[in-house]
Design a protein around this ligand. Structure first.
Ligand code: NAD
Length: 358
């Protein structure tokens, strides 16, 4: 193993790393807890075919740290954690595996609360729930918040409106041209809000049937996936993949704002600097796409959808705060989002967690 784990944990101020092994079920999992100053570390469990143990550990650490920033910036009293299970979600799942994992979550006594993520489902959460109550996203019968996508989409819509206000002096999206990349869970709900507000929609997806539905139902204009970056529009909304702002796409953008649901939109931090130089307002991903975690966090008090969505609406103000910090400190918006999270953490916890999400 090449990874210097304690050095890495010290550099980024991690609290705890748990390696979970169960002989009977074949469980090999990692739980990373970055910071619990604001509250228990909440973050999903990812199941993935990691090539090496180092890759899995680093992914858990990186994702856990991202959750600290996301929850802090969202104003939640939650810390940052994440778990990864090494394995193929199509072949290696079993009740024993998730129950064994659930026992590890239970052993942490509530310092870590888990949820669905890439490769895990409601059914898996229910197996975990047989061993621990520190799990969210079990089925609606148990008062769960359910699919996070409607809340994420609602938050992205609010964040877009805050960005429109910053650029155009008016938060209305009526008549604005918005290019949406990815018509999946979040993209689908987002498009309904945008269409109701009277935005002009340009859409793309790699699945033709999804595109056809949106064109037929909402009167959107379709473009080829490779052409979406260069369309003339007010807002580009990445709702498919990460790293879509990169050396290849940057020269092609003809938008004024980038605001969408995707995680890790900037391939590298310098791409955020370049967007600013180009006069494109970037609405930082972990601030604008926090609707899902805000919605899940509401479960911890006994889920109330109306209250949860009211809190998600606060993404409008959070995005405005990011723009204010960017102007105050004369820094690009992606850095301002990190400063916003760190300021809250340092104020509440009176400790420094080091800087930068990457
Ligand atoms: P999804 O898988 O339901 O939808 C993604 C869509 O993007 C799919 O329709 C897919 O076909 C399309 N797509 C993939 N590659 C594409 C390409 N090259 N060009 C165009 N379309 C492409 O996922 P989702 O739940 O809607 O999430 C979308 C993004 O938002 C992801 O990056 C996810 O990490 C992020 N996110 C989601 C949530 C949530 O609540 N679901 C919360 C926070 C962040």
């Amino acid at each position: 193993m090449n990874l210097e784990i304690f050095e890495h944990m010290e550099k980024y101020r991690f609290e705890q790393l748990v390696l979970c092994h169960d002989q009977t079920s074949g469980l090999r999992a990692i739980i990373a807890i970055h910071n619990t100053s604001l509250g228990p570390a909440l973050g999903g469990t990812r199941m993935w075919t990691y090539k090496t143990e180092d890759e899995a550990i680093l992914d858990a650490l990186r994702l856990a740290r991202g959750m600290t920033y996301k929850s802090a910036a969202a104003g939640l009293n939650l810390g940052g954690g994440k778990a990864v299970i090494m394995g193929d979600p199509r072949k290696d799942k079993s009740e024993q595996l998730f129950r064994a994992f659930g026992r590890y979550v239970e052993s942490l006594g509530g310092r870590y609360i888990t949820a669905e993520d890439v490769g895990t489902s409601v059914q898996d959460m229910e197996f975990i729930n047989m061993e621990t109550k520190h799990v969210t996203g079990v089925s609606a019968d148990f008062k769960s918040s359910g699919d996070p996508s409607p809340a994420t989409a609602f938050g992205v819509w609010q964040g877009m409106k805050a960005a429109a206000r910053e650029v155009y002096g008016d938060s209305s999206l009526t008549g604005k041209t918005i290019a949406v990349q990815g018509l999946g869970h979040v993209g689908g709900y987002l498009l309904k809000h945008l269409a109701e507000e009277g935005a002009k929609l340009i859409v793309t997806d790699i699945f033709a049937d999804r595109v056809k539905t949106v064109v037929d139902e909402l009167g959107a204009t379709a473009v080829d996936p490779k052409d979406i970056y260069g369309v003339e529009c007010d807002i580009f909304a990445p709702c498919a993949l990460g790293a879509v702002v990169n050396d290849e796409t940057l020269p092609r953008f003809k938008c004024k704002i980038i605001a969408g649901a995707a995680n890790n939109v900037l391939q590298e931090e310098r791409h955020g600097d370049l967007l600013e130089q180009k006069g494109i307002l970037y609405t930082p991903d972990f601030v604008i796409n926090a609707g899902g975690i805000i919605n899940i966090a509401d479960e911890l008090q006994g889920y109330n959808r109306e209250r949860a969505f009211q809190r998600v609406a606060g993404i409008y103000e959070n995005v405005q705060k990011v723009f204010t910090i960017a102007k105050r400190d004369k820094i690009p918006t992606y850095k301002a989002a990190e400063v916003m999270a760190e300021e809250r953490l340092n104020k509440i916890a009176r400790i420094s967690i080091g800087s930068g999400v990457q």
